[in-house]
Write a protein that binds this ligand. Structure first.
Ligand SMILES: [Zn+2]
Ligand SMILES: [Zn+2]
Length: 384
């Protein structure tokens, strides 16, 4: 079709005529505003870049945090960071993947040569610019020539994603990309917090606060690691039922009981060996620390709102109680994600039942609402 010289050639009735470099994306315009579906221009891959056709994206609590302004993010932007797709094109110098390869994206894009990368902690890579184009370069995404930002250099709420090659891991095509997408953040964060960050011992008593996608993944990590008892804490009965299905041996309804007292009672007054906070709330982080035994370890997985302080009882440190943070499950994602896929293929990691709702990219705001209402473990949006 020829557009002629009209100033509005792209809009004919209900259908966009889409240029080669156009794609549909859910755009963030600022906190407390719904995401809107718009056309975005995406550039071709340059050196060390990979263009991925998205097949599935999970909707993660962190996306909601940005959308609600709990964590700041520049606009306009494509949010979304838990995605899986198929490589469509690669830029110069890319040898790790080729068109047709199935990949998962990860926010832990790494440079490969800083101190953290070279000491085995690529998730803490200090080269924040490693995954980005230079400021003087053409932006990867744009609208009317103006740059469009991406969450963590990814932006999976779009039909395509243009990223640095160190932002993806190549995976087997034996796993469906809807399941693989979950591994991109929630599963890696939760399972990794238990296996990599806390490194729990078999037989341990483990507590998990919050039974959304990340909490359920921590419960599964504890089960895979051979935990003795797994106490799941949540305020929604449907999520506690889900926690039992994924391996919790005990559930505690925080809406009508004090979880710290309950855990102390269930462990003979001692407290748990390990606890994990998977929501990102001050109160839960404090309870996470209060419920562990002397010498026990509390791990905070959730994103506590920017600037929020957490208060702990100073005397508790004399009993060698420990509290630590974790970022993306202390992942080395090109090693961990294929391992988690093997757990899935072996029947040890249940991903099938974690997808409680499916939709299209147009359903993104509804997926946020369902997440806030505590209705889902994970919503997955499909692009085809
Ligand atoms: Zn996430
Ligand atoms: Zn690095």
């Amino acid at each position: 079709m020829v557009c002629g010289d009209s100033l509005e050639p792209l809009w004919f009735g209900a259908n966009f005529i889409r240029g080669e470099n156009d794609m549909k994306a859910a755009i963030f315009h600022g906190a407390h505003q719904p995401l809107t579906i718009e056309q975005v221009d995406i550039d071709q891959p340059r050196e060390h870049e990979v263009l991925v056709r998205m097949v599935a994206t999970g909707v993660c609590h962190s996306d909601l945090h940005f959308s609600e302004g709990l964590w700041p993010h520049p606009a306009p932007a494509v949010l979304g960071h838990e995605g899986a797709g198929i490589v469509e094109a690669t830029g110069k110098g890319v040898t790790y993947v080729k068109p047709g390869d199935h990949v998962i994206s990860c926010v832990s894009v790494f440079c490969g040569y800083c101190d953290q990368c070279l000491t085995g902690h690529p998730n803490l890579c200090v080269n924040a610019s490693a995954g980005l184009r230079g400021k003087e370069e053409k932006p990867r995404l744009s609208q009317n020539g103006k740059p469009v930002h991406t969450l963590a250099t990814l932006g999976t709420f779009a039909e395509k994603m243009l990223v640095h090659e160190n932002a993806v891991v190549k995976i087997t095509d034996k796993i469906g990309l809807d399941r693989a997408a979950l591994i991109g953040c929630g599963v890696t964060t939760g399972v990794g917090a238990v296996l990599n960050t806390a490194k729990i011992e078999p037989g341990s008593d483990v507590v998990v606060f919050g039974c959304g996608g990340v909490g359920i993944s921590a419960i599964q990590g504890a089960r895979i690691a051979g935990a003795g008892r797994i106490f799941a804490v949540d305020q929604f009965e449907n999520k506690l039922a889900m926690a039992r299905k994924f391996g919790a041996t005990h559930t505690i309804d925080a809406s009508n009981t004090d979880p710290v007292k309950e855990i102390k009672a269930l462990t003979g007054g001692r407290g748990a060996d390990y606890s994990f906070e998977a929501v990102g709330l001050k109160k839960l982080a404090e309870q996470c620390f209060e419920c562990i035994r002397p010498g026990g370890t509390a791990t905070i997985i959730g994103m506590i709102p920017f600037g929020q302080k957490v208060e702990l009882d100073g005397a508790a440190f004399l009993s060698e109680r420990k509290i630590q943070g974790t970022l993306m499950g202390s992942n080395r994602f090109r090693i961990d994600m294929p391992k988690y896929i093997n757990f899935y293929l072996d029947g040890r990691l249940n991903l099938d039942d974690m997808i409680s709702r499916r939709g299209k990219i147009e359903d993104i705001n509804e997926a946020f609402r369902a997440m806030k209402a505590g209705e889902v473990a994970r919503s997955v949006l499909m692009f085809e």
